[in-house]
Write a protein that binds this ligand. Sequence first.
Ligand code: 6DK
Ligand code: ZN
Length: 379
Amino acid sequence: RRMAAAGAATPVGAAPRVGLLYDDRMCAHATPDGEKHPENPERLRAIRRKLDAEGVASRCVDMKAKEAKEKYIASVHTPNHIKLIRDISSKEYDYRRNKTARKFNSIYFNEGSSESAFLAAGSVIEVAEKVAAGELSSAIALVRPPGHHAEHNEPMGFCLFNNVAIAANYLLNERPDLGINKILIVDWDVHHGNGTQKMFYSDPRVLFFSVHRFDYGSFYPCEGDASHCFIGEGAGEGYNINVPWEHGKCSDADYVAAWDHVLLPIAEAFDPDIILLSAGFDAAMGDPLGGCCITPDGYALLLTKLLGFAKGRIVMALEGGYNLKSIANSLCACTKVLLGDNFTYNSPRMQPFESTWRVIQMVRDELKAYWPVLSSKLP
Ligand code: 6DK
Ligand code: ZN
């Protein structure tokens, strides 16, 4: 087992084994009155249909969801939080009439929410474990509800449990046998991963990197500042990295610049054992919430650049993304990258914004004391 974990995930020349987890039961979580909502079950179905139509799903290893055990969820959430999510769909709990959801920030519940939430968390654990053990080269967990906004004691922003944080703690605390000591979490959802940031704020075993729209603090969840006040604390100082865009309209070029001049140099120095990707696709072109314009090729390129670390051990967990066509196309492009298909970037080449260089320079200045590789002058 130790040998398998330490060795290359994929033998030279062999086709990568890419886990694909899709489970219809996570489509049960929906608004209680069938009210329209961007985070709806059609998102998963649209992705699945596209992966099937492109002949991509059949090339992956089919994975099924398992509910997360409470003790694993308890590594990031309070007993009260877990009880709320456990009870929320029970008969005694009238989520519609007592309007519990209204007490929360951007959350809805129905009779399927509880099971979906436990399955989403369990799914990311399931695939992360297989990738960490070397049984899969990489994996994609098509989960909902999403997770990255969920805090210790608060579901928010369409998120009930913090799926990625739970999986990270599972690997670190429950599976020392797998040899995962350092985890890089990359959050490319257009919204800041406030929940994940908080969970590992003083933990140097987990490097959290989030790139997101910030709009000077006015874009949901209005967190994710890059100043030195938000780079982690205690032993975790320097291990929390935010790249906050000043406005929407960011394109492939802006993200590639953040990769080349912030994320990749740090990832190289940190040398993670595995990468967990909070893979929202709401920075995609055409997304109704994000207002950015990443192309499917752009996502494929960003993912390709990450494959150079952690022996290619990457676990993608779906977060947001609300244009059905965009998320299906983007995820399909990413799956092909993981499967090892040849890929050349074909989208029109744009220039990064001036503001992008400003943001990147600020982030580098705030972090160079911890990551000396950032001290050099930008080209
Ligand atoms: N509410 C997420 O994509 C969630 O990061 C984003 C949550 C945004 C909440 C504020 C907001 C709307 C907008 C339109 C219609 C209804 C509600 F967690 C993820 F899912 F990944 O824009
Ligand atoms: Zn989002």
